[in-house]
Design a protein around this ligand. Structure first.
Ligand SMILES: [Ca+2]
Ligand SMILES: [Ca+2]
Ligand SMILES: [Ca+2]
Ligand SMILES: [Ca+2]
Length: 425
């Protein structure tokens, strides 16, 4: 069975036609291969490969991914009246799904299909199949949510167990946490790593139903995630979720704070941070929109003061996380409007680990980016200092006055309850 297909040429942004042959028919798929690939590999090898793909699709990918994302017909329906999905193996080096094939448009192949590089890694089929299902439900999600779930689909189809449950691009992202989660970097696969970890975080902490419900949620990107979480009863904003996620990526510790600051099934921590000694004056830190930076304080003291100088109209998401004899503590700040942020109530007892995590965020739930690239950025100045005992003693001396004692006690109580609140979130 011979058939011609349109293929998209990414380097020239144009379509060209190839000839392909039907090699194998599964319960849920047809596997075609481009003629030139068959000539190269030889008929025997091609049949073995196609039958292997058929089996993977029928017994693993189709059941798992439809369980995760729903039926491939979605709301768009079945364009050719054949429920089998066409997997076209070709020389095109980029595996992709093109919604055009399910619409009456020029260069449409008018069938449910995706394009797979003939030497591609099998889990890529799970990734593209997830795209197919989501695009049959809606067509305007931003890259970061689409790819987050498509990457997660490879994990859900159980292809990542032998890679410590990680996709290959995770390492690139952990080396570059400054890269924006929301802006899609077309020149570097880094975002597949960040998007995967974001989907993974959501699934582990809020349940698979959150990812499932995103497929049919009309709102998109950050707003979609927030609405789906809120409908499931989680009173959390996207920005709070983002700040918890970057904190988890910094310490990966599950033993406190309702397990919000770690991962259960993967081991990940950012591999790039600035190590500083106190007192420390950092000239400038460049923060990309929804990318983050980590300062690790070397030999921290028990009383630390942090000052962040920034542009008035920019919001900086701040997460301070440290470990002392009482365990881990998290302080977060999301809604700062001042140019100078001073956080001077950080006190631990025998603090032995200390991180300051900063991110340039939007003061509300961010919309989807209007373009690809690295996204906007801003600079902040970070000053980290010790609060010396001398500067604390005068308060204690004055506290002979009853009302002052009361005020001081109230302050301490607020501080403690805030700590408890952030720990039990
Ligand atoms: Ca369809
Ligand atoms: Ca069909
Ligand atoms: Ca990015
Ligand atoms: Ca949506």
């Amino acid at each position: 069975d011979q058939r011609a297909f349109w293929i998209y040429e990414f380097s020239s942004s144009s379509y060209y036609k190839i000839e392909a042959k039907l090699i194998s028919i599964g319960e849920n798929c047809y596997v075609y291969m481009e003629d030139v690939c068959i000539a190269e590999l030889g008929e025997h090898a091609v049949i073995i490969q196609a039958e292997n793909i058929c089996d993977e699709f029928d017994y693993t990918i189709y059941p798992r991914i439809t369980d995760l994302a729903g039926h491939p017909n979605g709301t768009l329906g079945d364009i050719d009246g054949d429920p089998r999905i066409i997997i076209l193996l070709s020389q095109n080096p980029i595996s992709y799904y093109d919604q055009r094939n399910e619409l009456q448009l020029d260069y449409s192949n008018l069938c449910e299909m995706f394009h797979i590089y003939y030497k591609a890694w099998i889990p890529v089929i799970a990734h593209e199949f997830h795209h197919l299902i989501w695009f049959n439900n809606e067509m305007d999600e931003p890259h970061f949510t689409l790819e987050a779930l498509a990457e997660y689909a490879m994990y859900y189809a159980d292809y990542l167990a032998k890679y410590d449950n990680l996709v290959p691009q995770v390492g690139i992202f952990l080396d570059h946490p400054e890269d924006s989660l929301l802006y899609w970097n077309m020149l570097n696969p880094i975002d597949y790593g960040s998007a995967y970890l974001f989907a993974f975080y959501i699934a582990e902490h809020y349940g698979l139903s959150i990812l499932r419900n995103l497929i049919t949620e009309p709102a998109d990107g950050s707003h979609g995630i927030e609405l789906v979480l809120q409908r499931a009863g989680y009173n959390i904003t996207f920005n709070e979720l983002y700040l918890n996620w970057i904190t988890a990526l910094t310490i990966d510790e599950l033993g406190f704070g309702n397990k919000l600051y770690g991962f259960e099934s993967i081991d990940v921590r950012v591999s790039k941070y600035t190590t500083v000694d106190v007192p420390h004056i950092n000239d400038k830190v460049k923060l990309y929109y929804y990318g983050f930076h980590v300062h690790k304080i070397q030999s921290p003291s028990n009383e630390i003061k942090i000052e962040i100088r920034k542009d008035l109209d920019k919001t900086i998401g701040i997460s301070i996380v440290f470990h002392d004899t009482l365990g881990w503590h998290v302080y977060q700040n999301l809604t700062n409007k001042e140019t100078n942020l001073i956080i001077d109530d950080i006190s631990g007892s025998e603090t032995d680990e200390f991180y300051l995590i900063t991110s340039y965020i939007f003061d509300q739930t961010p919309g989807p980016p209007s373009e690809d690239g690295l996204g906007p950025f801003t600079y902040i100045e970070v000053i980290i200092d010790n609060i010396t005992k001398d500067s604390i003693i005068p308060f204690l001396v004055i506290s002979g006055n009853f009302s002052l004692i009361l005020i001081i006690l109230v302050i301490i109580m607020i501080r403690k309850s805030y700590k408890l609140k952030t720990q039990n979130n």
